[in-house]
Design a protein around this ligand. Sequence first.
Ligand code: ADP
Length: 575
Amino acid sequence: MSAGSTPPDETPQSGRLTDGFHLVADALKLNGITTIYGLVGIPITDLARVAQTSGIRYIGFRHEASAGHAAAAAGFLTQLPGVCLTASGVGFLNGLTALANATTNCFPMIQISGSGPRAMADLQRGGYEELDQLAAARPFAKGAYRIGRVEDIGLGVARAIRTAVSGRPGGVYLDIPAAVLGQAIGADAAADTIWRVVDPAPRQSPGVAAVDRALNLLAQAQRPLVVLGKGAAYAQADALIRQFVETTGIPFLPMSMAKGLLPDSHPQSVAATRSLALARGDVIMLVGARLNWLLGHGESPQWSADAQFVQVDIAASEFDSNRPIAAPLAGDIGSVMSALLDRLPQHPITVPRQWTSELAERKAHNDTAMHRRLADDPHPMRFYNALRAIRAVLDRHPDTYLVNEGANALDIARNVIDMQLPRHRLDSGTWGAMGIGMGYAIAAAIETGQSVVAIEGDSAFGFSGMEVETICRHRLPITVVILNNGGVYRGDEVASGADPAPTVLNAHARHELIAEAFGGKGFHATTPSELQTALTEALASNEPAIVDCELDPASGVESGHLTHLNPKSAATPSA
Ligand code: ADP
């Protein structure tokens, strides 16, 4: 039977009928899903239509990876799984990149994909877009399920939601074969097969002994430090985190997506003296941050070899993954912070003056160096003077959401652009992924209704640039600022043959014309003042816009701050 946008009619024999398409939409709605990010195709086109008719917002993308990244960002911002809808085969595979990235970043999302007949795939008979999607998805997802019967749709959706948001959040794959979507079922019986998941992410408190152990350690510290990660931002326990940090007086360091959890201008922030804080801290409390590569695995020389760690995390398996954790606190950050605050009077913490003075001194020194770098005004523009102009505008619009990807565009913007509000910065994250930009920006605009500025390297923008059409079609208040130095890392590499060098793109590309092509506003800036004017105007318009910033192709460093990760060629003699 074919599904349309209205429920199937009553039949005299069996009463009112419904089908898989309607049941998926009903189950999602019942669980509070208000938006689906997707790209239609066989066999899920009618599912998008039915969902839209039922009142769910459907945002149609130009590439499934962007739809998936949007769902992941929606999950991070709302604590409800973002839903991405993909067609079978290649559509599914395109979305899988985003599912894997969401799982790695601990963002809750569900990729719902249509799939072809199992009977064909299992015997490899060469069916249309034949692929064992469930098996393909499983290694990349927190959970992967297939719904085999129309009456199991409610169960499949409930299981996907619970898996995505409980414990450590992550990406879930939900496979729905075409035959199940089209399968009929009596409407009354169907209504009994769907339900709203009760308390999908139950709170989890640590025991008193664990809390006392952590507070004892912090109370004895000479150089304590709190590191806030994006798990802390996700947890939406902003007031409790702030209360703990301010009551104890411990200096804090925000990881990039935790910027704004407490304002970057906060006197206890040591973001401007990160290296010293890590190298000298003797008791470090990690709050929703992993000791992965982004924190040098907790190893010396970046960290003191004698440093001791307190770690707050919902996933107890995270403890000891890189360094011994002297005081693990398993639980959700809100509950753990409440428990710590409750017991704090029994373990008063005083941060030694010597430590705060040492940090303040280095901070003042680094601030001066940063001001000098920003004051410099080379022409053609380079990263710092371009970002100075952007910063001047964003300082006046602290509620703007910021998306940031690239190499130098990411590394330098992270340091230059301060954040004042929680969860307002979304970036390349745990994998340092390129291509998240437009998907994250679209989700931020849809989920919050606020303006979004995406600061993009020209190479990074290319991965999802066609979504500017999606932005324009939905008239979203997103301004894409492209820091165009004409290449991957930089644009001045000399080719060794007739073709352009591997890192070279087009330093004179007029990216703003892409916005104009789809009905958005385009700006071209070659100086900081042109950039400042353009961004101010773009934000005031509340309309889709691109500001193309022409930078010196010689500005930028290969791999940004990650140059050391490139292996040296053993075959090429060094110059
Ligand atoms: P960053 O990259 O900012 O350092 P990570 O992604 O490495 O942050 O770490 C986030 C951590 O937060 C993960 O280990 C995850 O298990 C944890 N986490 C996520 N949500 C919560 C929560 N609600 N409560 C406690 N921990 C959480």
